[in-house]
Design a protein around this ligand. Structure first.
Ligand code: ATP
Ligand code: MG
Length: 453
């Protein structure tokens, strides 16, 4: 009987309230508690989070799942990680789980990591807290241990301020987060201006969550970001970079970049692009279209797609370093931006030059951006695809001669050495040299012509 009521509610909610998101919850509401059923329970991390919570409860403490994992479950998504919030003090958490199984990762904020077995990620256990005054627009000077309700209020957005009791299967909602989940709203908890003054990163988090969840930022929250956007750079480059990364690798990155513009965050974060929406609307639209069509999860590809229209291509490195992306990502993004024009003109390029691009490690990403930029009907893109479909031994044949071969052949290493190897390779790719003998003859002639023999 109870199960039937549950099913009726589920059908009601799915069909009538929020057709675009599968909500597996909402049955009986007592005060702020909502019972949930059908939570995904098929992963070991969830089991681990449940054990940690149970152990805290058995020792007489309050304990709840908190934040992102509750939000994600209610949205029918698998949480990336589970956070536990508890009335136990950090030292009590350490005493309960033992020093060897815990790590005081955020001692100043009362966060203890409980370590899992083998390579299982730890569960973060945080004492219910309310943050004291914020000193520098980034973090509180001190924290005060308190109740679950106050702990909800110090969190950033209503959808991130939910708790869940996995034993009673109840959501505990002090901040109207469930309502905002259903309305697809990103809304700051409390006064948005005050909350953004405390921690300016929250402004970029609002854009990141709106992008990745496909939600709208509530008007007063968006207005507050507008007012304070210029201050976002007070936040450390690493924290900004981490949020931007999450946004840029997401398929909805184009909406995210548009939202940076709409919220006023584009100017402080990417001043190089900031006047495009008004002064070069065609470039801006092309950029958004390219980001929308880009089928890649790579940050380097997303960054290259974002920055391809820059006149100063060498700004790519500077922008990548601004957000502390890895050197590998920055180098790859810079290479992609530099090489893309060759794909545009691939059908006019000499084959050896194009071949070097197409056998490069980054060629997949290059082609994905080319597709997003020009579509697969474009002459250059078509030529690349045709070449890439060639059998491997034709696309990238074994070199007829290597550096070692030349040394054995009596050539002394010199600055000309690399040029000679390149020339042999070019002639091979053009089909002018077919075997080692021909290649050696070519090398002798080349050295004579260049005054080395
Ligand atoms: P994700 O799934 O992307 O990790 P998340 O909501 O779990 O999303 P985290 O950065 O892991 O995000 O943070 C965990 C929780 O901590 C959030 O849900 C939110 O309640 C709180 N939180 C994180 N950062 C802030 C912040 N800058 N200000 C206030 N609360 C925050
Ligand atoms: Mg998280």
């Amino acid at each position: 009987m109870y199960a039937d009521i549950t099913r009726d509610w589920l059908i009601y909610i799915r069909v009538y309230l929020c057709p675009s998101v599968v909500f597996n919850f909402l049955i009986v509401t007592k005060n702020r508690r909502t019972t949930i059923s059908n939570m995904p329970n098929d992963n070991t991390q969830r089991e681990f989070a449940l054990q940690v919570l149970q152990q805290l409860r058995d020792a007489g403490y309050e304990a709840l799942w908190a934040g992102g994992c509750v939000r994600d479950q209610l949205l029918g998504r698998t949480p990336q990680d589970y956070d536990v919030a508890t009335s136990a003090r950090p030292e009590e958490v350490q005493a309960l789980f033992g020093k060897r199984r815990t790590l005081a990762i955020g001692a100043a904020f009362g966060v203890i990591a409980v370590l899992g077995r083998h390579k299982q990620p730890p569960i973060e256990v945080a004492t219910f807290r309310s943050d004291g005054a914020y000193v520098d627009g980034r973090r509180p000077a001190k924290v005060v241990y308190t109740t679950a309700e106050e702990d909800a209020e110090r969190r950033d957005f209503t959808i991130n301020g939910l708790f869940y009791d996995p034993i009673e299967q109840q959501v505990i909602d002090y901040v109207e987060g469930q309502q905002d989940l259903q309305r697809h709203r990103i809304r700051a908890i409390g006064d948005p201006l005050a909350r953004f003054s405390e921690d300016k990163l929250r402004m970029l988090r609002a854009v990141r969550f709106a992008t990745t969840l496909g939600f709208q930022i509530d008007d007063p929250t968006l207005d507050a970001i507008h007012q304070m956007a210029a201050e976002v750079n007070i936040v450390s480059a690493e924290r900004l970079g981490a949020e931007l990364r999450r946004m840029l690798v997401h398929p909805q990155r184009s909406s995210g970049v548009q939202l940076l513009q709409d919220s006023g965050l584009l100017q402080p974060l990417f001043p190089e692009l900031a006047n495009w929406p008004e002064q070069q609307p065609a470039t801006w639209q092309r950029l958004l279209d390219r980001l929308k069509r880009l089928q890649s999860e790579s940050l380097a590809a997303a960054l290259a797609a974002l920055l391809f229209d820059l006149e100063q291509k060498n700004n790519v490195g500077e922008i990548g370093r601004r957000f502390r992306f890895t050197n590998k990502e920055i180098e790859r993004a810079a290479w992609l931006v530099q090489m893309l024009p060759s794909i545009e003109h691939a059908h006019e390029l000499a084959w050896p030059r194009l071949q070097r691009l197409l056998v490069h490690q980054g060629s997949n990403e290059l082609m994905v951006i080319a597709d997003a930029t020009w579509g697969n009907d474009h002459a250059g893109v078509k030529e690349c695809r045709r070449r890439l479909a060639m059998p491997a031994e034709e696309l990238n044949p074994e070199p007829l001669l290597t550096g070692d071969d030349l040394i054995r052949h009596g050539v002394t290493p010199s600055p000309l050495f690399g040029q000679l190897l390149d020339s042999i390779r070019d002639e091979q790719l053009l089909g002018h040299l077919r075997d080692r003998q021909q290649a050696q003859k070519f090398a002798d002639q080349w050295l004579q012509d260049h005054g080395d023999r």
